[in-house]
Ligand binder design. Structure first.
Ligand SMILES: [Fe+2]
Ligand SMILES: [Fe+2]
Length: 400
């Protein structure tokens, strides 16, 4: 399903009382929370913030033709998200971890084998993953529009889902087969499953606020995840390897084992001892990119352009440089639907105006088509269409 209402994504903090919701908002379980057309007064904005939403789509007339490229349709995203959410809630009840010793947690993983297998082998979940792969493989665009991924709210499951969609987009670009895509998807979506066995206060604290003990507990999620996945018959060893190795670094400075990568294209390969598996390398890039863009623990995240710069800095030593390069080639800096402010323009009058990217230019990712709809003092204006491939001298800054 394509988004065809006139709407632009706003940070909840920038939404004012007269703004009208452009899309339906669903709870993690797939229930409708607020319908499109609803006026978002402060009590509702507050409630959405409490639920973990950072952004919402707002109706903006004049943007009817803005159709963000969707890698995976909303209903499949929701289907997977609700399967993951339901599964992890059940598992969390079963685990209920406080500060437990690692021997105790391993025992708990063995004892909960049934719960785990029920979740991992559930038909709903696997069916939704297969539908997602079909969609990605048949989608005419190879572009990865982060804007269409960031509105899922609820960071817990949206992170797993985003990491999976980003990994799939990379896998597609490398022309992976259906079976490879499936193994990659099941590895990506379950990469952080081991966090269920990490105490909640550790799991939820910001990485720099953790002490050494907390950090060690956190790092264990890789090992716990591997133990959880490797006992299930629907998960292949290559998918399980993703949970174990997605925090390993190319130069060997990662965890849990300090194995290395070779910065090579992730082509067909057997599992080689002491070398990071190609699926784990892809998920490492996807995970870092989504954490940067979507933020973590209530942070709004940084813009795609900055996030990509950061990935390039990390490439070679931390992340596989070939995979980072491939991701950069499919992520538009100014994706369709992104809201921006003009910081430089041939006519100084336009500086400070707000607009939305109307269409990505696949030939030149820096020069999209844009629509301006708001003056610098936030007054609505008659929409102005500009093709940046034909007009130079503009510089845009994406508003998060
Ligand atoms: Fe992780
Ligand atoms: Fe992660």
């Amino acid at each position: 399903m394509l988004i065809c209402r006139p709407m632009v994504r706003y940070n909840l903090d920038e939404v004012s009382d007269e703004m009208v919701l452009g899309e339906n908002i669903f709870s993690p379980n797939g229930d409708l929370l607020l319908a499109a057309g609803f006026r978002l007064s402060e009590p509702f904005r507050k409630r959405l913030r409490q639920l973990g939403f950072i952004h919402v789509y707002i109706q903006v007339f004049g943007t009817e033709d803005v159709v963000p490229e969707q890698v995976v349709s909303e209903h499949i995203q929701r289907e997977i998200a609700s399967a993951v959410n339901k599964g992890t809630t059940d598992l969390r009840h079963a685990f209920n971890v406080r500060m437990e010793s690692s021997t105790h947690i391993r025992k708990m993983i063995r004892q909960n084998r049934q719960h785990l297998n029920k979740f991992l082998s559930s038909g709903n979940f696997l069916g939704a993953v297969e539908k997602m792969i079909d969609e990605i493989l048949s989608n005419p665009t190879v572009m990865l529009n982060m804007e269409t991924l960031k509105n899922a709210g609820q960071e817990l499951f949206s992170h797993a889902l985003n990491v999976t969609v980003i990994s799939m987009a990379i896998g597609r670009k490398y022309r992976f087969s259906y079976e490879e895509m499936k193994q990659l998807a099941l590895g990506a979506i379950n990469a952080d499953i081991g966090l269920i066995a990490v105490p909640e206060d550790v799991r939820k604290s910001a990485p720099d606020a953790m002490d050494d003990y907390g950090r060690e507990l956190y790092k264990n999620h890789t090992l716990y995840g591997y133990l959880m996945l490797s006992q299930n018959h629907t998960i292949t060893p290559t998918s399980a390897a993703v949970a174990l190795q997605h925090h390993e670094h190319q130069d060997g400075s990662g965890y849990p084992r300090g194995i290395k990568g070779e910065n090579r294209p992730p082509m067909k390969d057997l599992m080689r001892k002491g070398v990071i598996h190609r699926f784990a390398e892809i998920v490492a890039v996807a995970d870092t990119f989504d954490t940067l863009c979507s933020g973590r623990n209530g942070n709004a995240g940084i813009d795609v352009r900055e996030a990509m710069k950061r990935l390039i800095e990390l490439s070679g030593q931390v992340l596989n440089s070939d995979i980072v390069k491939t991701l950069a080639s499919i992520v538009p800096t100014f994706p369709t639907g992104a809201r921006f402010r003009i910081v430089e323009a041939p006519s100084s009058q336009l500086i400070g105006y707000f607009g939305v990217v109307a269409k990505t230019n696949e030939e030149n990712l820096e020069c999209p088509q844009i629509i301006l709809y708001e003056s610098k003092n936030r007054q609505k204006i008659k929409p102005i269409f500009i093709d940046l491939a034909l007009h130079s001298g503009f510089q845009l800054e994406v508003v998060l």
